[in-house]
Write a protein that binds this ligand. Structure first.
Ligand SMILES: *[C@@H]1O[C@H](CO)[C@@H](O)[C@H](O)[C@H]1NC(C)=O
Ligand SMILES: *[C@@H]1O[C@H](CO)[C@@H](O)[C@H](O)[C@H]1NC(C)=O
Ligand SMILES: *[C@@H]1O[C@H](CO)[C@@H](O)[C@H](O)[C@H]1NC(C)=O
Ligand SMILES: *[C@@H]1O[C@H](CO)[C@@H](O)[C@H](O)[C@H]1NC(C)=O
Ligand SMILES: *[C@@H]1O[C@H](CO)[C@@H](O)[C@H](O)[C@H]1NC(C)=O
Ligand SMILES: *[C@@H]1O[C@H](CO)[C@@H](O)[C@H](O)[C@H]1NC(C)=O
Ligand SMILES: *[C@@H]1O[C@H](CO)[C@@H](O)[C@H](O)[C@H]1NC(C)=O
Ligand SMILES: *[C@@H]1O[C@H](CO)[C@@H](O)[C@H](O)[C@H]1NC(C)=O
Ligand SMILES: *[C@@H]1O[C@H](CO)[C@@H](O)[C@H](O)[C@H]1NC(C)=O
Length: 293
């Protein structure tokens, strides 16, 4: 099947979603006139996402963003969009759960539901989408545990962004085997051992686990040199800063407000950060903090 054009692009200049007209175009046998992309942004589009969207059979890219008057649930008719690759419904006022039926969108590679008012848990069904690589569910009101099934998304370079929710419990042990590219779990109520997200053989460049209740021994953590951003502030992390961290090309680091002790190893980029990156720990010392006695 060839998809030759993105004819609905112009609809971004409209504040009326003319489904009747779109459906007419969709019937067209000429592939060059099929609607494959819809993009709505920053217009007054009130009500709910119209369920008639599901009739745009060939849709590949669907974006509704920054439409504060768009509310209600994610419509089940989306499951009819078998070719959907990219689904971005962010900065809306969507409510209700992240529906389990999204797992039927087998061609999805990108899912962004950030900045909504979605509640409930993360459905297991997401892990049945074979090519899903980018998952942005941050800034909602999600609760419950992170499902272990997400570890089945073992593609190299998974983006998993779950920050600013109310997720709780421990991380699934199976995350030890996932090579995230970017992982942001910050500002949840997660607890237990987060050391399993690190590892010598992972190519992760970005890890933010700040503002949770994680508790593990940092001394035992092994790092891969690909890591450039590491934020762990406000947890219950203990032990000391491993010497191996001097070997990282860190652009950003924050281990403040934990229970770390001992001397900050000298070398690499560790002294290029200011004291606020290290302060409020149990007995961490050495530059840029006060010298160890
Ligand atoms: C939302 O609707 C209200 C009331 O109809 C309107 O005043 C406002 O401009 C709309 N907001 C946006 C972002 O379109
Ligand atoms: C949508 O969200 C905005 C910003 O969060 C808020 O001001 C507005 O009242 C909300 N509208 C509805 C209909 O919930
Ligand atoms: C969608 O997914 C199906 C099944 O995984 C696959 O056979 C098909 O080629 C995909 N279609 C597109 C347009 O990517
Ligand atoms: C997903 O949406 C959020 C909120 O608008 C945005 O900050 C983020 O960059 C988006 N992610 C991607 C990969 O586009
Ligand atoms: C998390 O839950 C608390 C109550 O337990 C609530 O006050 C808070 O608004 C919730 N935060 C989010 C982001 O849902
Ligand atoms: C890293 O190595 C461990 C043990 O050798 C293995 O179990 C794990 O699957 C590997 N992880 C990745 C992301 O390759
Ligand atoms: C870092 O990770 C990459 C990608 O997984 C791997 O090729 C490399 O060998 C790792 N480095 C070390 C020191 O294990
Ligand atoms: C943390 O691990 C290191 C290295 O294995 C060990 O020496 C130390 O006693 C541990 N710290 C705590 C508080 O368990
Ligand atoms: C590190 O995190 C703490 C706590 O959130 C914050 O006060 C401090 O400014 C941060 N430091 C940097 C350099 O971002």
């Amino acid at each position: 099947m060839a998809f030759a054009s993105i004819i609905a692009f112009g609809y971004r200049y409209s504040n009326v979603l003319n489904m009747a007209s779109l459906k007419e175009q969709n019937k067209c046998h000429d592939v060059t006139h099929r609607v494959i992309s819809l993009f709505f942004r920053q217009y007054d589009l009130p009500g709910q996402i119209p369920s008639a969207i599901g009739d745009l059979t060939y849709l590949k890219y669907l974006t509704f963003r920054k439409l504060h008057n768009l509310t209600g649930p994610i419509p089940e008719s989306l499951t009819k969009l078998k070719y959907l690759d990219f689904l971005r419904l962010d900065w809306l006022n969507l409510t209700g759960p992240i529906p389990s039926f999204l797992g039927q969108l087998k061609n999805l590679t990108y899912l962004n539901l950030s900045f909504n008012k979605l509640t409930g848990g993360i459905p297991d069904s997401l892990s049945t989408i074979p090519g899903l690589k980018s998952i942005y569910l941050d800034r909602n009101q999600l609760t419950g545990k992170i499902p272990a099934s997400l570890a089945n998304l073992k593609l190299n370079g998974l983006y998993l962004i779950l920050s600013h929710n109310n997720l709780s419990g421990e991380l699934p042990p199976a995350f030890a085997g996932v090579d995230f590219e970017k992982l942001d779990l910050s500002r949840n109520k997660l607890q237990g051992d987060a050391s399993l997200v690190f590892g010598k053989n992972k190519s992760t460049y970005y890890i933010d686990i700040s503002r949770n209740q994680f508790e593990f021994n940092l001394s035992k953590v092994e790092f891969n040199e690909s890591l450039t951003t590491l934020d762990m502030n406000h947890n219950k992390i203990y032990g000391s800063i491993p010497k191996a961290m001097t070997g990282l090309e860190l652009q950003s680091l924050n281990v403040s407000y934990n229970r770390l002790c001992g001397e900050i190893p000298v070398g690499g980029r560790l002294q290029s950060f200011d004291y606020s990156v290290y302060f409020h720990n149990r007995c961490l010392c050495g530059a840029p903090l006060d010298s160890c006695k």
